[in-house]
Ligand binder design. Structure first.
Ligand code: ADP
Ligand code: MG
Length: 228
């Protein structure tokens, strides 16, 4: 996996959410993205994921220009993401929630194949017992897990998680932490936005700190920790 971001900028009216940032990620790097509220973390994830078009700058993923592509096209390149506020389909079951991104991604592969993939994902997340539960009845943490499951359906090489630990019960937080570690050892790259400093410092190989739309630090967690 290689993600190359160059001089990326985004304004919302008068707000300069990103002021021209450059980042290169390669291999299966696990990058923590931190910074105060409103510093541009979610905006960065949204632009890479295709929710917003950048005003300026380039994004290349494995050599392909993906800047400005729609989210479903970005997914086809092998990038998956979760949302800060979960977007599971509340009136669908867990099983159906997994089927939707699969079928949308590649209908040709057929429903049975996606059902099977869904079973694999639920087994990995140890959520099989919840397969027929409605998403609206899951806890906040379980909904975050379900969203991770939706992302895993298409087997992306880069996974972006926006605040995966926010509002999650500590026990489930540990579980999510472990799944990230396992997936990372399996070769997946991550960009993880988090407010939870303990977990993000432990988890990350590299930390990028945003402040007011600019990168103010980028390096290994130890170095960043001691950077004023
Ligand atoms: P973070 O995730 O680091 O808390 P965001 O990326 O959500 O920050 O926001 C960065 C800045 O851009 C903030 O000032 C925020 O209010 C603004 N912003 C983000 N999304 C929008 C939007 N859709 N419309 C207007 N302003 C936005
Ligand atoms: Mg945010």
């Amino acid at each position: 996996m290689e993600l190359k971001i160059q001089d990326l900028a985004k304004n919302f009216g008068g707000i300069r959410a990103l002021k021209g940032i450059s980042i290169t990620l390669s291999g299966n790097e696990l990058v923590g993205l931190i910074g105060p509220n409103g510093s541009g973390k979610t905006t960065l994830v949204n632009i890479i994921g295709g929710i917003y078009k950048p005003d300026k700058g380039q994004i290349f993923f494995n050599g392909a220009d993906i800047a400005g592509l729609k989210p479903n096209k970005v997914t086809k390149h092998g990038i998956g993401r979760t949302f800060q506020v979960t977007r599971a389909f509340r009136r669908m079951t867990v099983r159906e929630n997994l089927l939707v991104p699969g079928m949308a991604h590649d209908p040709q592969r057929g429903r049975e194949a996606w059902e099977e993939r869904g079973r694999e994902v639920l087994e990995f997340l140890m959520m099989d017992h919840l397969r027929n539960d409605y998403a609206r009845n899951l806890s906040g943490g379980q909904q975050k897990l379900l969203e991770l499951g939706q992302v895993l359906m298409t087997d992306p090489s880069l996974i972006m998680l926006d605040e995966p630990f926010a509002g999650v019960h500590p026990k489930l937080m540990e579980t999510i932490f472990d799944y990230i570690t396992t997936l990372h050892s399996g070769g997946k790259a991550f960009i993880i936005v988090s407010h939870d400093m303990d977990s993000i410092f432990t988890l990350s190989e590299r930390l990028i700190v945003l402040s007011d739309g600019d990168i103010i630090a980028d390096g290994d967690p130890e170095t960043v920790k001691h950077d004023e």
